[in-house]
Design a protein around this ligand. Sequence first.
Ligand SMILES: Cc1cc2nc3c(=O)[nH]c(=O)nc-3n(C[C@H](O)[C@H](O)[C@H](O)COP(=O)(O)OP(=O)(O)OC[C@H]3O[C@@H](n4cnc5c(N)ncnc54)[C@H](O)[C@@H]3O)c2cc1C
Length: 431
Amino acid sequence: MEHADLIIIGAGAAGLAAAIFAGEELAAQGSNHRVAILEGAVKPGAKILISGGGRCNVTNERVLPDDYQGGPRPLIRNVLRAFDERATLTWFGRMGVPLKLEPTGKYFPLSNDAHTVLDALLRRAAELGVRLHTGQRVESLDALPEPSNTGAAFQIQTRSAADSASQWQCRRLIVAIGGMALPKSGSDGAGYAWLTRLGHTLVPVTPALVPLLLAKSASPAGRLTELSGLTLLARLRILDAAGRRCAEVTGSTLLTHFGLSGPGPLDISRHWLRLRLENPGGGYQLCLGHPALATPEAADAWLRAEAERRPGALPAMALTQLFPERLAQLLAGGLPPFRQLTRADRLELARRLVQMPLPVAGDRGHSFAEVTAGGIDLREIDARTMESRCVPRLHLCGEVLDVDGRIGGFNFQWAWASGYLAGRAAARGLL
Ligand SMILES: Cc1cc2nc3c(=O)[nH]c(=O)nc-3n(C[C@H](O)[C@H](O)[C@H](O)COP(=O)(O)OP(=O)(O)OC[C@H]3O[C@@H](n4cnc5c(N)ncnc54)[C@H](O)[C@@H]3O)c2cc1C
């Protein structure tokens, strides 16, 4: 049986932050409590390394509760306030990783290399005496009915990369196992089972920030995949069966051979998947439109002005002012010059420019998602300490919880902030 005072399961962003803040709290009190991390993967921090295209978008210039979905906003706000984006900048600066702001509002390490971020976290944890056990996958977790004479409150069973089983005990536990995005990195959702067995509620999970698949057909929307490689600024809007707007995102949109990717589609994907999960009969439609044209009436007014200016021009030519040429051709390629265009065709084109329904056939799944929507219910967590309200001495942080942020460094900010609260509170609990 192996013992530590505090065990952290998972050496991702949240687990490493929790380990460092626990270690700093213990060091500040002159305590020599033992802190250990159990990490299933042989190499920790896989997601940090691939994040932001290998540059790691560490945080954002401005982080607000509205940048997140999932659990109750006031709880998310409390966590973000405890360790905000400025605290992240200072913290990384102290660890020798200056961050630079890009025009998009995203912060990246000055080195433009995610290794700098991971190395600094691992170095700081080691300096504080945190023992990192990699290749130790947790298979089961039990809360002991009464803390034992060693004070142990949890028993954990792991299996090593070499297939040998070990037992661990600890007095405090932080679970930072992530969600299900990119399961090959080690975060595959297996831990939800131990957490629900301990009394937690799992809010059903779906991929989020995930590319969407489009069905192919002869219609213009069904031919979008033929424009693979094309990027445009688009507005993506979800309408319900009554035509009401349920969600809207404007962002860079990449057309691919399978469908849609890029920041706009990734951000809208979570709304699309959650709406359909929560209301399967909702008759939702995802529509693409030009961001400058808010309504079909506005688009029709624009088309009429173009027709007046150049009656002999083809609508497809006029549309190149709004869209890349290949998309303009796809939207209006078969139409005659404006002077021969029927009113019905013009109105139909106007509708297409504002909200062309997309034939969404699915999503690329957790393996291609950047984050998980759903997870352990945030209402079961004390947002001051990240301690479970179901199991005393157990803290949760990071993506395992029902919180997901949009693209832009928000998910890491959640990991740092919730890791900060969990680590500090768990250490104080030991003291
Ligand atoms: C391709 C990609 C790019 C991204 N880019 C960005 C970005 O630029 N900015 C941003 O803010 N967010 C980004 N994200 C999201 C961000 O990486 C995650 O939200 C964040 O890493 C979550 O941190 P976490 O520590 O909660 O979980 P994870 O990073 O998933 O870490 C969990 C850890 O727990 C371990 N673990 C899981 N189960 C077990 C077990 N049973 N036993 C032992 N260990 C276990 C895993 O191996 C893993 O190391 C990106 C995600 C992906 C997939």
